[in-house]
Design a protein around this ligand. Structure first.
Ligand code: NAD
Length: 333
């Protein structure tokens, strides 16, 4: 079977659960023969590489290194889950400080070693912040960097399908926007369930208000639920969706779940958050998010929460004040 491209894909954090699953998924999907695994923890990285060699994939040329310069040389695509994972009792935001510093270094390394990279997907949490920090320090255009936010929408689709006992495919355009943390905005007006508008079902016998509230809560706490069930944070679904995103950027099937993207549109400013988007070989295109007045208010609340987090990172000194961002990245001017 043909590969989508022969350009170099670097998986950052490849020794971890998401990273190792991403590498295997990318090979199974025949994205490129040229996959480089990078992680700061060399022994586990070698272990992952050995496992992938033992899969016996045809035509693959896996390489691995803990030298960032070597990893990023000639990189055309990067997906990074390289950072600390959430433990039981922690929110995504608890990870803020350490992972924001890792994002700063990632951005600087992109600028130094692969300024011509075509697309970067940031997965490590809190992805709205780590993605923003990486974008600012990398010097890339906003369309060239996306963050994994789709899991919240796929979880909404799954919860609705379970509740109505229908195939997930019959739930169309389940959407959450804004932050990828627990302050996300869960929309109803975009979505149809078995061809009926979700909004028309809520509050009826088919979907009483309380049942909808429970669904909403399970979506918002979807990550926590996996930790409770498995004793560790989710890795299969984030790995798969991130590889679908980078495959789309390589020219594969466009990715139409919402991704986190840089927004500076007069309503939401200097922020990375989930919007209605398409990822394809031109990178991220942002489409308008409409919604009811209540949904727009919820999105505004989510945005305000992200602004608070962003300002915390500025006060920690990891990011300069907003007015100085364009000095680091002229594409944000
Ligand atoms: N965006 C999402 O939807 C989503 C979903 C689930 C998990 N996550 C996040 O993804 C991240 C990874 O999760 P995981 O389960 O794979 O964790 P993990 O602990 O299994 O793996 C993380 C890997 O990153 C490596 N690492 C740490 N610092 C690094 C650095 N500076 N450069 C390169 N590699 C580095 C570690 O050595 C480790 O191998 C976490 O931050 C987690 O919260 C995001």
């Amino acid at each position: 079977m043909k590969f989508l491209t022969d350009e170099k894909l670097v998986i950052v954090g490849a020794a971890g659960m998401i990273g190792s699953n991403m590498a295997q998924t990318a090979a199974m999907m025949r994205l490129t023969p040229n996959i480089c695994l990078y992680d700061t923890y060399a022994p586990a990285l070698e272990g992952v590489a050995e496992e992938l060699f033992h899969c016996g994939f045809d035509g693959m040329n896996f390489t691995y290194t803990s030298d960032i310069k070597e990893a990023f040389k000639d990189a055309a695509y990067i997906v990074s889950s390289g950072g600390a994972a959430r433990k039981a009792g922690m929110t995504r935001e608890d990870l803020l400080k350490g992972n924001a510093a890792i994002a700063e270094q990632l951005g600087k390394d992109i600028k130094a070693y692969c300024p011509n990279v075509k697309h970067v997907v940031v997965v490590f949490n809190p992805a709205d912040i780590t993605g923003l920090v990486t974008l600012i320090y990398s010097g890339l255009k906003p369309s060239q960097l996306s963050t994994l936010a789709a899991l919240d929408s796929t979880r909404l689709r799954s919860e609705l399908a379970k509740f109505f006992n229908i195939a997930p495919d019959e739930v169309i355009k389940a959407r959450t926007y804004g932050g990828h943390g627990e302050q996300m905005a869960v929309f109803q007006s975009t979505c149809t369930v078995g061809s009926k508008p979700l909004a028309a079902l809520i509050g009826t016998d088919a979907l009483p208000e309380k049942a909808w509230e429970d669904i909403r809560l399970r979506v918002v706490q979807g990550g926590k639920n996996i930790i409770d069930l498995r004793g560790r944070s989710s890795f299969q679904s984030p790995a798969y969706l991130s590889i679908e995103m980078i495959a789309a950027a390589m020219g594969g099937r466009p990715f139409t779940w919402p991704v986190g993207t840089y927004v500076n549109n007069g309503t939401f400013n200097h922020i990375m958050m989930a919007m209605e988007t398409t990822v394809d070989k031109n990178g991220v295109t942002v489409h308008p998010v409409n919604g009811t007045p209540e949904e727009r208010q919820e999105l505004e609340r989510s945005y305000q929460h992200l602004c608070k987090l962003r300002d915390e990172v500025i006060s920690m000194g990891v990011l300069p004040p907003v007015e100085d961002w364009s000095k680091l990245n002229p594409n944000l001017g």
